[in-house]
Design a protein around this ligand. Structure first.
Ligand code: TXA
Ligand code: MG
Length: 318
């Protein structure tokens, strides 16, 4: 049985030193960040990072990002950082942005899947940030889910998959953001978004003057773009947010008697379905984001014929 620390109430950060020592000694730890939970290991240790691949069942061709706590740590693992890359880090660190930089030799090849770049993120979640500080090494931390499954935004949803497979577990309650970090790579002086996340393209454009969305198709810059993500067991449809949305959801429900609907606050009374899960007010995308992974898991657990999800307004600037 691994050791466990409940930091949901009155967290005492001094206790993190013990967990940081486990990281320094090549152990692996399940812990919260402000985006989603992570499984962390010493990012400079091949042996420790191998364990992370193993417990997640992760494809060895899929690189892992490093969590860092300050610029010095970034400059220890990355080189030739450009003015624009510094500007992006200045604007969004600490926070939900991962930036892909040129790697230094100190980073083991297993972290980068043999590539010459490394993903770096400085988390704003206090537990994650202090854990990296106390460990004194970057922490390689993919999302804490079995490969291909939904990311975990609370311990309850993922503990079953990792119990007895990690050396330490920290409970930090519900993730504040509930979506992963946005992944950005500067290519020929322009930031490309490789994976959408908590920071929007508009925010990046505001800082950089330009942005390219690379996540709409499979792309060579994101090694995992041809791998499966967010698999759920049951059929799931997303109904676009427009004025016919409620009617279209109802038309689907007419054909099924065992459906789960995930909808916004405003529409919970509009549907005739045994199970209706409320993702929050339509206009509060922060709340919707925080809830969506948890609700998809909850919906899946009912083993319905179909899960119908109301889409929300796409706030994207092309
Ligand atoms: O918010 C997050 O980023 C969370 C928390 C735990 O920090 N982590 C996370 O990690 O989502 P993961 O491993 O589930 O997703 C990281 C993505 C993968 O799609 C991987 O292919 C990509 O980042 N990635 C990692 N290193 C890369 C690199 N050098 N170049 C391009 N993509 C990279
Ligand atoms: Mg993931």
């Amino acid at each position: 049985m691994e050791r466990y620390l409940d930091m949901t109430h009155n967290p005492s950060y001094e206790k993190l030193q013990e967990v940081a020592n486990i990281i320094k000694n090549d152990g692996i730890v399940l812990f919260p960040t402000e985006t989603v939970y992570g499984i962390g290991a010493n990012g400079l240790s091949k042996k420790a990072v191998e364990k992370v691949y193993k417990v997640k069942g992760r494809n060895i061709k899929n690189p892992i990002n490093l969590l860092v706590s300050d610029i010095k740590m970034i400059e220890n693992v990355a080189k030739d950082i450009t003015e624009l890359e510094y500007r992006l880090m200045d604007a969004f660190f600490p926070g939900p942005l991962t930036i892909i930089l040129k790697k230094k030799d100190i980073v083991p090849n297993i972290v980068t899947a043999g590539g010459d770049t490394v993903g770096v993120r400085m988390p704003s979640g206090k537990i994650a940030l202090k854990l990296v500080q106390k460990a004194g090494v970057p922490i390689a931390a993919p999302s804490a889910n079995l490969s291909g499954k939904l990311s975990g935004t609370n311990l309850h949803d993922i503990i079953g998959d990792f119990e007895n497979k990690v050396d330490f577990i920290i409970d930090g309650g519900e993730s504040k953001i509930g979506l992963e970090s946005t992944i950005v790579k500067v290519i020929d002086g322009v930031p490309h978004i490789l994976r959408p996340g908590a920071i929007t393209d508009v925010q990046i454009k505001d800082v950089a003057g330009d942005v390219v969305l690379d996540y709409l198709n499979k792309n060579e810059f994101l090694p995992s773009s041809d791998m499966a993500h967010y698999n759920i067991k049951n059929r799931c449809v997303l109904v676009k947010a427009d004025k016919g949305q409620v009617d279209r959801v109802n038309a689907i429900l007419k054909q099924c008697d065992n459906a789960v609907v995930i909808c916004c606050d405003e529409n919970v009374d509009m549907y005739n379905s045994k199970v209706i899960l409320n993702m929050g007010p339509k206009d509060n995308l922060e709340v919707v984001s925080r809830n969506i992974f948890r609700l998809l898991r909850e919906a899946d657990n009912f083993s319905p014929d179909i899960i119908v999800v109301e889409g929300v307004e796409e706030k994207r600037n092309r």
